[in-house]
Design a protein around this ligand. Sequence first.
Ligand code: NI
Length: 390
Amino acid sequence: MPIRNRLAELHPEITKWRRHLHAHPELMYELHETAAFVQERLKEIGVDEITPGIGRTGVVAVIRGKTDTKGRVIGLRADMDALPIPEQSGVDYASQTPGVMHACGHDGHTSILLGVAKYLAETRNFDGTAVLIFQPAEEGGAGGKAMVDDGLMDRWGIQEVYGLHNAPGIPTGQFAIRPGPLLASSDEFEITVTGKGGHAAAPHEAIDTTLVAAQIVVSLQSMVSRNVDPIHRVVLTVGTFRTDSNASNVIPHTAVMEGTVRTLDPEWRIRAEERIRTIVEHTALAYGATAEVKWTPGYPVTINHDEQTAYAIDAAIAVAGEAQVDPDTPPILPAEDFSYMLEARPGAFMFLGNGDTAMCHHPAYIFDDEAIPAGASWFVELVERRMPAQ
Ligand code: NI
């Protein structure tokens, strides 16, 4: 079955919601107007239950099917937050909040899920319960984790969970996914090197902190090239390098470097931290300096479960046709906090084509409203296929 007629009819209304959200973007957990808008729509739509305040500003809605003979429960997730980016898209419904923009299309994801709510509440052509998850703070605030920690999965008895993200570069209305790792983990580190400051002309009386820190930067790359199995993907970047000297003729006393490690291999998240600590501490020691590593874990690897990915592919083919679905798309190295939901329950995360637009997080990015019917149909298809009407 292709795009549902009813979803095609709802397309203008969903687009209107999307553009309203786009004009009024909010950041992180501060989604008071956005969450209120979502709740108002859900009330109009007539869902069975609305629970705000999950994971601080997340909203959970429940829609029951015509029957519930097997106790099946499927979770569908959308993220609601925007980014601190001044908008340069040139659209006539651009952000009215200076410096804040829906530059990742979460306004589109939220509106798609509201459209799904409207369709499912009208038709209820399934046997079980659909739980609609509107989450805050995907952009660096781990809102997905906050909702899971707030009991999302257990409280609503969610058995499987699905989400989507728009994808610039993939033609609008097409789908792309793969089983296994789809997006990377993202961990951060801060390294402080302490040598012995001194006069630039008397290095023998000092311990050259800059030299030690530079050796550490070089040695860290040997972890990627010499320790990681070449078929695995690990990226390590040192993004900042500062010393406490402001003079060209002074050997600094301390140096601080910050960086990030991204990988598609959960085991390498653990091993990378161990290797970094060893390399940093021992390289410093070899030069008579000391060094400390502060490790800040970020989002886990987003890993699609095999069985649920197969269901996600079947649903996408039903909506768009086999030629429009890539079932083995290459993984990418941004991170996504839907990963926490996939750690809690089996599920799958789908890329929905957004056409030839600027990339996500770019000030000229534009969500393609023409992607709405395909995205909404995919969610509906999943619900009706995983919980077939009796
Ligand atoms: Ni995003």
